[in-house]
Design a binder for this molecule. Structure first.
Ligand code: IPE
Ligand code: IPE
Ligand code: MG
Length: 224
């Protein structure tokens, strides 16, 4: 049975779900947040150490301003309402991506990270304004500037996922099979599960089914 330490998720399909069932993309994002709660709970139950959630990509700025604003309002409310409880459950929150939001949101993100930094049940890496290509370019720049020899081991220390093991599993919901600029380096050997369901419809049972399947896969890492 494969050990499972790290699950990464591309939470896709909120907009389509919202349009289909509530005639609004925003309602889909709101419903998607409920799935986030379910998956956090289930990750704790499964004793998973790292959960990386793709919440906003560097490309998502192309969306209409009012959808973008709505997403960040949702995030802000979520953190204000839930950070105490997450902290009580000994969950650690880390942001990956570039924190270049409003001063208010940047402060809230920093506060939430700092408050939970000593926790060690589950680490949630929230990918916000995250793009893998930008992350890689920045890593190359920093390692070169530091005059550190460029090898795989050293290089990973310049990524935003420094000290985090690579994902064992990548899940993408929403019936779409692409990586959309997510963790291109870190996913080199992850087991990938493309899920037809839209993110708001994804549930604990679907999640556990994937985990069960993963545990039985023969992972070769190039060996036989
Ligand atoms: C993913 O859902 C959430 C974010 C990108 C913030 P989408 O909003 O991409 O939903 P679809 O793909 O349009 O249905
Ligand atoms: C990927 O979903 C980003 C997030 C889930 C945050 P998108 O819906 O933005 O991806 P594309 O644009 O369809 O590739
Ligand atoms: Mg999408």
């Amino acid at each position: 049975m494969n050990p499972l330490r790290h699950v990464a998720i591309i939470m896709d399909g909120n907009g389509r779900w919202g349009l289909k069932y509530k005639k609004s993309r925003k309602a889909g994002h709101k419903a998607g947040l409920k799935t986030v709660e379910k998956i956090i709970k289930e990750s704790l139950k499964n004793k998973i150490k790292y959960l990386t959630l793709y919440a906003f990509s560097t490309e998502n700025w192309k969306r209409p301003k009012n959808e973008v604003n709505y997403l960040f309002d949702l995030l802000e409310n979520f953190l204000r309402n839930r950070i105490e409880d997450l902290n009580k459950q000994k969950i650690k929150l880390k942001i990956i991506g570039i924190k270049s939001f409003s001063k208010k949101l940047n402060n809230l993100l920093n506060y939430s990270e700092k408050k939970t930094s000593k926790n060690s049940t589950l680490q949630i890496n929230l990918a916000l304004n995250y793009g893998s290509k930008k992350e890689l370019i920045n890593a190359f720049k920093s390692i070169t500037k530091a005059r550190v020899s460029v090898n795989e081991k050293n290089f990973t220390n310049y990524l935003q996922t420094k000290n985090i093991p690579d994902p064992d599993i990548l899940i993408r919901t929403g019936n779409t099979r692409r990586l959309s600029n997510f963790l291109l380096w870190q996913l080199a050997y992850s087991e990938i599960f493309f899920e037809k369901k839209l993110w708001p419809a994804f549930n604990e049972k679907d999640y556990n089914k994937i985990i069960k399947k993963f545990k039985k896969i023969k992972r070769n890492f190039g060996n036989i």
